[in-house]
Design a protein around this ligand. Structure first.
Ligand code: SF4
Length: 330
C-alpha cells in the first residue's frame, strides 16, 4: 500500500478517507493520481470543486471528496496550512470521525489513539474472543477499549502508528471475513478464535437486510458531436455530477417512464444496454434507451470532448464507456 511509505498527515488523511467505503486495490490508483495532481493541502484548498470531484469520479460516496476539500480549506484558513497535530483538532475536520482521527493521529504523529472499523473489529473480536454484534453498543465499547489498551501499550515502544497499521492490514489482508488466512497469521499463537476453533463464529454479526431492487431508465440523445445531459442539483446524492436524463420505473412501460423527461411526448426509442450496480441497501439497474429526435427538459448539450473534463455519475459514465464516447480508465 503506497500510503504506508509516508507519514505525511495529508497523504494519510486522503488514503483513510478513500478507504472508508472502498477496497484497497481500488483505492491505490486513485490515491496515486490524487497525490500527483494535488500533492499538498494548499493545492487541494485552492482547487476547484469540479476538479476535485473529477479526481474522485468512480469511487462513489462523493461527500467524502467534498469533505476532504472543505477540510483542506479549513486547515488553510485556521491552521496556516499546517495539518493540526492534536487529536481534538483532527476530529474537528469535516468528514473525520473517531476512527479516521485515530488513524491520522497515530500514523502521522504517533498519538496513542485507538482505531476500530469493520476490519479491526473482526480482528479484535477473534483475537480476544469478544462476543456480540460489533454494532451493538456494549460490544462496540468493548472493542474500542481493547484497541485503546493495545495502542497505549505500543506507546512504550513509540509504535502507536505501527500497531494501528498492523491491525488494519491484518483485517484487510489476513483475517478475512469468510476465510481467514490463519496459517499465515503472525498472531495466531495468541488468537482466541484460532486456539478454540471459533473463527467461523466470530464476530457475531447480525443477519443482513436483503438489498431492494430499483430500476431507473435513462435516455441517450445524441446530437451532432454532443450528448444531452443534466447536472444533479447540489445537496442531493451525487450533487454537482452530470448524468443522462433518467427516471425511476414503477411498473410502467419504458416509453412512459421516459416520456416524463420530454413533457409527455410520444417517443421513438431503442434499448441500448443495462448497467447494474449496488449501493448499500439497493441493487440498482439502469436501463438505457436511445431516444430519437427529441430534446429533453432541463438538459445541456455536452460536446464529446467535454465528457472527460466534467464529473459524471458512475453508472452513467459506464454507459458512455460502453458505447465508446468515453475511454475506459487505464
Ligand atoms: S489467527 Fe486467524 S482468526 Fe486469529 S487473528 Fe489471525 S487470521 Fe484472524
Amino acid at each position: 500500500m503506497p500510503w504506508r511509505r509516508t507519514k505525511d498527515p495529508y497523504a494519510v488523511h486522503v488514503s483513510e478517507i478513500m478507504l472508508q467505503q472502498t477496497q484497497v486495490k481500488t483505492v491505490i490508483p486513485y490515491w496515486e493520481r490524487w497525490m500527483r495532481e494535488l500533492p499538498t493541502i494548499e493545492k487541494l484548498a485552492k482547487a476547484k470543486l469540479d476538479r476535485v470531484l473529477k479526481l474522485w469520479e468512480g469511487l462513489g460516496y462523493y461527500s467524502r471528496a467534498r469533505n476532504l476539500h472543505r477540510a483542506a480549506q479549513l486547515i488553510a484558513a485556521e491552521h496556516g496550512g499546517v495539518f493540526p497535530r492534536r487529536f481534538e483538532q483532527i476530529l474537528e475536520l469535516p468528514g473525520v470521525g473517531r476512527y479516521t482521527a485515530g488513524a491520522i493521529g497515530s500514523i502521522a504523529f504517533g498519538l496513542p489513539m485507538p482505531i476500530v472499523d469493520g476490519n479491526v473489529a473482526r480482528v479484535l473480536a477473534r483475537y480476544v474472543g469478544i462476543r456480540g454484534d460489533p454494532k451493538n453498543r456494549e460490544t462496540n465499547a468493548a472493542l474500542w477499549e481493547t484497541a485503546e489498551r493495545l495502542v497505549k501499550a505500543a506507546r512504550a515502544e513509540n509504535a502507536c502508528g505501527e500497531l494501528n497499521e498492523a491491525l488494519m492490514e491484518l483485517g484487510a489482508m489476513v483475517c478475512l471475513p469468510n476465510q481467514p488466512r490463519c496459517e499465515q497469521c503472525p498472531v495466531r499463537a495468541r488468537c482466541f478464535a484460532w486456539k478454540n476453533g471459533k473463527t467461523g463464529e466470530l464476530p457475531e454479526m447480525a443477519a443482513r437486510v436483503a438489498a431492494r431492487e430499483r430500476i431507473f431508465r435513462a435516455a441517450l440523445i445524441l446530437q451532432g458531436e454532443g450528448v444531452w445531459m443534466r447536472r444533479r442539483p447540489e445537496g442531493v446524492v451525487n450533487g454537482g455530477f452530470w448524468e443522462l436524463p433518467n427516471g425511476e420505473a414503477n411498473g410502467e412501460s419504458p416509453e412512459e417512464t421516459l416520456a416524463v423527461l420530454f413533457g409527455g411526448k410520444k417517443l421513438r426509442i431503442k434499448r441500448l444496454c443495462d448497467i447494474k450496480h449496488t449501493i448499500t441497501r439497493f441493487r440498482m439497474k439502469l436501463e438505457v434507451f436511445e431516444v430519437f429526435s427529441e430534446k429533453p427538459k432541463d438538459c445541456k448539450l455536452l460536446h464529446f470532448k467535454d465528457l472527460t473534463r466534467v464529473p459524471i455519475v458512475n453508472a452513467h459514465r459506464k454507459v458512455l464507456i460502453r458505447i465508446g464516447l468515453v475511454e475506459r480508465p487505464k
